[in-house]
Design a protein around this ligand. Structure first.
Ligand code: FBP
Length: 251
């Protein structure tokens, strides 16, 4: 394994990834006339100084020139699903590590739904992807969410820690989890991640005050930052909220 370098997608060890894969995950219902346009998001990622932009393959293919020109490091998501399907979730692979490298990606991302009856398949695919990415020195970011009929009996804080530990034990360089608002539980989850770094998803658009309070809790707990979408590009002034979040990360 080549030494994996997180420097391309972090700044002084911290990260703010702009997530824009919700069009597949939720449908365009998350968007308005402005942010439905990938060009708007690419420009926002550049002007906002995001440490990475998270995109699916289709957008990368169609907007590659602008992505390259922006200079924002690309984090390519390799699997995805819609939210129309009911039942235990599975995220299907739609892009390979080689394609991501050919597009100039600086990292690859992959979702695993722990607790789903399809968990085994996603872990197996993750392992193959990780082996290939690590052989090229490319960092692997695992979106790990506990989902499926069998997880209901566990508390969400317990599941946060299970997700981060799964990231460590399966070899992710960074694990991305959801924060349920339990700051003590988050500290434990980050401790459970060991040397795997942790970033937190933004979730549904919230009141700005609550969002910034959570950013503080996330950083105090030891996360390296955020992989955030809706709380940025659904904000009435995305640059303003970006500046506020960055100030909390870098001062
Ligand atoms: P948000 O900050 O908008 O929540 O984005 C983070 C993210 O992980 C996206 O990368 C992904 O599309 C979405 O959340 C998935 O959310 P869910 O699985 O809860 O629908």
């Amino acid at each position: 394994m080549k030494r994996v370098n997180l420097k391309d997608i972090t700044r002084q060890g911290k990260a703010i990834f702009l997530a824009y894969d919700q069009g597949l995950e939720h449908g365009p219902s998350d968007f308005n006339d402005r942010n439905v346009d990938p060009l708007y998001i690419i420009d926002l990622a550049k002007r906002g100084g995001f440490t990475s932009l998270v995109l699916q393959k289709g957008i990368v293919e169609k907007y590659i020139e602008e992505i390259r020109k922006s200079g924002v490091p690309l984090l390519m998501k390799l699997n995805g699903k819609t939210d129309l399907f009911r039942g235990d979730p599975i995220s299907s692979q739609i892009c390979t590590v080689k394609e991501a490298i050919d597009f100039g990606a600086k990292a690859v991302g992959f979702t695993i739904y722990i607790g789903s009856q399809h968990e085994g398949k996603m872990i197996e695919q993750f392992e193959a992807i990780e082996r290939e990415a690590h052989a090229k020195g490319l960092p692997v970011i695992a979106w790990i969410y506990a989902r499926g009929s069998s997880v209901r009996v566990r508390s969400s804080s317990e599941l946060m820690a299970y997700a981060t530990r799964t990231g460590l034990e399966t070899g992710a360089d960074i694990v991305k989890i959801k924060y349920d608002g339990d700051a003590k539980g988050l500290k434990w989850a980050i401790k459970s991640a060991g040397r795997t770094k942790v970033v937190i998803a933004g979730g549904m658009k919230k009141d700005e005050g609550l969002f910034l309070t959570q950013v503080k809790e996330i950083m105090d707990a030891g996360a390296i930052g955020l992989a955030v979408g809706r709380n940025i590009w659904q904000h009435k002034d995305p640059m303003l909220i970006t500046r506020k979040v960055k100030k909390m990360l870098w001062g």
